[in-house]
Design a protein. Structure first.
Length: 132
């Protein structure tokens, strides 16, 4: 049984593929911040409960920027993905999607739901990731 480490390349590839399927453009700063947020949240789900106090400052430190810029860039990446991404993916993850006229999820809702999916997909030691 494979245990994923926080620096595991397979996990990062899986997160990257999921983000691209969701329509997050790789050229946005928010893409890189969001990927880091998901990896941090996968490791420590508590950070999702306090994005402004824990998650954004940690990402800001690692990218040498401010928590406010991290929040704004992630919000922009989510807005872009919500309008351009795979609607079926959003429907399966959130139960609703942009084509249904629903507003986009908040940053913390978006991060929490995807982090939860990552935790569930890697719970069995990564067998689901390896087959994805």
């Amino acid at each position: 049984m494979k245990n994923f480490e926080e620096n595991d390349v397979e996990l990062e590839r899986y997160v990257t593929g999921l983000m691209l399927d969701m329509g997050v453009p790789a050229h946005l700063k928010g893409y890189h911040y969001l990927r880091r947020a998901l990896l941090i949240s996968w490791r420590d789900l508590e950070t999702v409960g306090s994005v402004t106090k824990l998650l954004y400052p940690e990402i800001a430190r690692s990218f040498k920027t401010t928590p406010q810029k991290v929040e704004r860039a992630i919000r922009n990446a989510i807005e872009v993905s919500w309008s351009r991404g795979n609607q079926e993916t959003f429907l399966s993850l959130f139960g609703y999607c942009a084509s249904k006229g629903a507003g986009r999820p908040t940053n913390s809702e978006y991060i929490a739901r995807i982090a939860d999916k990552l935790r569930l997909d890697t719970k069995d030691g990564g067998a689901r990731i390896m087959s994805a």
